[in-house]
Design a protein around this ligand. Structure first.
Ligand code: NAD
Length: 445
């Protein structure tokens, strides 16, 4: 569904009109170029605090990736990276202030700010750990200041051994693919599997299972994963077989019409994958529904049906796949939660329960799966323009779109790009992460 307000705000007359009456004028976000995805564009200014430990390697890999890196100042606009890992006292935080006070105005439309720090609990020095935690408040506030320009700010916390796997999160956050991911923290630890892969087609030769693939976010996920080289096995309800087949034949994928709540669904899925290939690179649990009603009016059927689709089926499919070695040594499990599961929402007790529990599934599986070389991560989309949100009443829909720092709803592709990043072999140091893809929605922030 198109956002007319955004279209008006990006027309010459509309921009003037909105400025004259003092209304916000959200900026159209830059997305990945279909012809040249993952290409780093724009200048990057890299700064660091005293005793910072990651700037040297960031400089090396960003330069090797072909980006235009500046070390002192930047002509015109671009992206800012600041390695704040050395900041260990209140006094020293002035180094963060000085860098951004001087350079913030050079971050313009779709510009990026990335701050790098130590994961606080990975540090033995308590004062250093406490000060590093301060970076989160800084990033969230700076993201609110630059959001009206369509620019984002995110934080990368590095856990023990995570320096080996830092390149993928930095490259992703610099890219146009992270357009709607704002004010988030990615925690990177030692990689749990081999990271060797191509940066343009990271999923070449990999098979990925996507549920709810016939439309909306699942359709976009399938397309982005296919763009990145994956062979997609798309699953959706038998009633959507025609749409599913059309989507899969357009991207060279395989269709598996199936209701994931059927008793035999986990076995059928697993058997289909095993018959097709000896390894499954990933499962993306995207299928989900809403059945909104205030709690006293909600029927038991509305609760039970939703819980089976959004949560029960996800757990049963994970169990069936993890009983085999299909995902071992580099496999990935992705959960799709929602900011409703973080903030709660009127009329969505069932949905919020199921989505908060998806975050619980990720928390519970991350550590044991890492021992088998499998990473488990998730996304919590905010307001995304799909049939699901098109059904929201007009006024609530407008509020949902505007109540974020970027002043607009996201597109299905924005969620898909974050999932594509999680699935790339280079992201083997990212485990147990749940990021909101919500443009820094004010809900639950
Ligand atoms: P959608 O309704 O457009 O698509 C969901 C797909 O899942 C449909 O193709 C549907 O047929 C399929 N599906 C539903 N039940 C199924 C079942 N039992 N078996 C197999 N397939 C089934 O929804 P969407 O907006 O694309 O949402 C995708 C995911 O993102 C969902 O998990 C949703 O909760 C989550 N999400 C969406 C938004 C948003 O703003 N659209 C926000 C937060 C979270």
């Amino acid at each position: 569904m198109s956002d007319k307000y955004l279209e008006i705000a990006n027309s010459t007359i509309g921009k003037k009109l909105l400025a004259a009456v003092g209304l916000p004028d959200p900026v159209s976000l830059l997305r990945e170029d279909a012809e040249q995805p993952h290409k780093l564009t724009g200048q990057i200014l890299l700064g660091s605090s005293q005793d910072a430990v990651f700037a040297k390697s960031i400089s090396a890999f960003v330069t090797a990736a072909g980006a235009a890196l500046c070390n002192d100042s930047m002509e015109g606009s671009g992206h800012l990276i600041f390695d704040a890992s050395g900041i260990s006292s209140a006094k020293q935080s002035a180094e963060l202030y000085s860098f951004f006070n001087k350079h913030l105005t050079s971050v313009k439309n779709s510009g990026r700010i990335i701050i790098i720090g130590h994961k606080p609990c990975s540090l033995d020095d308590r004062e250093h750990a406490a000060i590093q935690r301060g970076l989160l408040g800084f990033v969230k506030s700076v993201a609110k200041e630059i959001g009206r320009k369509g620019a984002t700010a995110n934080l990368v916390f590095i856990d023990k051994g995570g320096d080996q796997a830092l390149e993928a999160p930095v490259r992703f956050l610099l890219s146009a693919g992270s357009a709607f991911m704002n004010a988030q923290v990615l925690t990177v630890a030692a990689p749990v599997a081999d990271m060797a892969a191509d940066w343009v087609k990271p999923l070449s030769g990999k098979t990925v299972l996507v549920t709810g693939a016939a439309r909306g976010i699942g359709l976009a996920i399938s397309q982005i994963l296919a763009r990145d080289g994956a062979e997609v096995i798309g699953v959706d309800v038998p009633q959507s077989q025609d749409e599913l087949t059309a989507v899969m034949s357009a991207i060279g994928g395989l269709s598996l019409p199936l209701d994931i709540t059927d008793n035999d669904a986990p076995d059928r899925l697993r058997n289909f994958c095993t018959a097709h290939s000896s390894a499954l690179h990933a499962v993306v649990h995207n299928a989900g529904v809403t059945r909104d009603k205030t709690l006293s009016r909600m029927s038991a059927h509305q609760w039970d049906l939703l819980m089976e689709i959004n949560l029960g089926a996800v757990q049963r499919i994970n169990n069936a796949l993890l009983e085999t070695r299909l995902l071992d040594n580099g496999g990935k499990i992705i959960g799709v939660a929602s900011i409703s599961g973080i903030a709660g929402n009127v009329g969505q007790t069932n949905y919020a329960f199921s989505k908060a529990a998806i975050i619980g599934v990720i928390d519970a599986l991350a550590a044991p799966c890492a021992l088998r070389g499998i990473t488990v991560n998730g996304v919590a989309p905010g307001f995304i323009e799909t049939q699901m949100t098109a059904a929201i009443p007009f006024v609530t829909r407008q509020m949902g779109r505007r109540l974020c720092s970027l002043g607009q709803g996201g597109l299905p592709v924005d969620v898909a790009e974050v999932i594509g990043f999680f699935l790339s072999p280079q992201a083997a140091g990212i485990n147990g992460n749940m990021v909101r893809v919500c443009g820094q929605s004010l809900l639950g922030a």
